[in-house]
Write a protein that binds this ligand. Structure first.
Ligand code: APR
Ligand code: PHB
Length: 391
């Protein structure tokens, strides 16, 4: 088999890249180790930046999102139960975010991929990028016990944090910068109306809490927890009591309780690997970087990467210029680092850290109070929240 771009991974990064390339008439094949149901079943964040929304619309994939997604013009912060609002639309000159779950985005991308004949090989085992530093890269995998090979011009490593692509860059070249946080997020999904029509990010003595949603009838709540927390110790009632306490009485009065149908714990990590290109291999999305979920940047960052990568590859095939692909890594990383900073900062002012003494907590509260009264500080949050420009 031969193609121009071999894409490893059919998560948001790989699938979105395949769509972008397909619109430009650039042949690509996706190799994915799991199946569609598994990928669509993974519960992830649910806030799309304006840039992500624009891309889905440009690709003709915004139909259901436009009907079912919720446009949010603001977001809320709480300090020990006291709420204030950030008017993100007004502060950014008109930008908003879209509440639409990653699972829904994936469903729309897969449905349309099938209609457009985008090639995806599911259940591909032992996928390995080969000869990435040479002039004839290829990818091998096993399918029903048979060894297969795909020759290509370039390989796009979109295989997430645990993928194989990043490991193909020699250790002498690869640099990783990392922060592992001493806590996780315990999240639930329940078919109950949200407590508020907007998201509430809460800093509380007892730890962070977030009131989020998927629709007018489905809520998503999180509380900060220990990394080694045991799910069995968190029956629904205990979760509802704790989230209500951290959100504060004003919000708690509107929290509608109900049975959770999903409950999971996610660790928090900031991580960036540089460079995002080695020879014929490009990394995009979680394969190259991880952000803590505070601010919901993960999916949006993956989308920005593949917009840059698709532009570079299109330029290469249309004009023969390699300057786009040569600058891909630096261009993507410049934006990645700003989103890393935002996610790290938003985490640091909203969570309880084990080493935090009275002074550190006072500093967090002071920063949030400053934000409450400062248009400049609110603008910083708002412009990052809706997504920085694609430069
Ligand atoms: N071979 C083939 N496919 C692989 C391999 C492999 N060795 N390893 C991983 N994959 C697949 C995974 O099964 C997954 O479907 O690559 C895909 C990677 O998808 P994500 O982990 O979602 O990463 P990405 O597409 O970069 O999306 C980033 O979406 O899922 C969220 O938390 C994530 O918000 C972040 C964003
Ligand atoms: C979510 O709804 O899952 C969500 C929303 C906002 C975040 C993180 C997660 O910052």
């Amino acid at each position: 088999m031969r193609t121009k771009i071999a894409i490893i991974g059919a998560g948001p990064a790989g699938l979105m890249l395949a769509h972008l390339l397909q619109r430009e008439g650039i042949d690509a094949v996706i190799l994915e180790s799991r199946d569609r149901d598994y990928i669509e079943g993974r519960v992830r964040a649910g806030v799309l930046e304006q840039t992500t929304v624009n891309l889905l619309e440009r690709l003709g994939l915004g139909g259901r999102m436009g009907r079912e997604g919720l446009i949010h013009t603001g977001t809320k912060l709480a300090i020990d139960g006291e709420i204030f609002r950030i008017d993100i639309q007004e502060l950014t000159g008109g930008s908003t975010v879209m509440v639409y779950g990653q699972q829904e985005v994936m469903r729309d991308l897969f449905d349309d991929a099938a209609e457009r004949g985008i090639k995806i090989i599911f259940n591909a085992a032992e996928v390995r990028p080969r000869e990435v530093a040479g002039s004839r890269p290829y990818v091998t995998w096993r399918e029903n016990g048979t060894e297969r090979r795909l020759d290509c011009d370039f390989i796009a490593g979109c295989d997430g944090f645990h993928g194989v692509s990043r490991g193909c860059i020699p250790k002498t070249v690869l640099k990783t910068f990392e922060r592992v946080y001493p806590f996780g997020w315990l999240g639930i999904l329940a078919d109950v109306p949200p407590a508020n029509h907007e998201l509430i990010y809460a800093n509380h003595e007892r730890g962070f809490a977030l009131a989020s949603m998927r629709s007018a009838t489905r809520s998503r709540y999180y509380i900060q927890c220990a990394v080694d927390e045991n799910l069995a110790d968190w029956p629904d009632e205990r979760f509802w009591d704790e989230v209500a306490r951290r959100l504060g009485p004003e919000t708690a009065a509107h929290v509608v309780r109900g049975p959770s149908f999903e409950k999971s714990i996610a660790p928090l990590r900031s991580s960036v690997t540089e460079p995002m290109r080695h020879g014929k291999l490009f990394l995009a999305g979680d394969a190259a970087h991880i952000v803590p979920p505070t601010g919901a940047k993960g999916l949006n960052l993956a989308v920005a990467d593949v917009i840059f990568l698709a532009e570079a590859l299109t330029d290469f095939y249309q004009s023969g210029s390699a300057s786009g692909i040569d600058h891909y890594s630096a261009r993507a990383l410049a934006r990645v680092w700003k989103a890393e900073r935002f996610s790290w900062w938003f985490t640091s002012i909203t969570h309880r850290f084990p080493e935090m003494d009275g002074f550190a907590r006072k500093m967090q509260v002071a920063e949030l109070n400053y934000m409450r009264g400062s248009r400049a500080a609110q603008t910083m949050l708002a412009e990052n929240y809706v997504g920085l420009p694609l430069q």
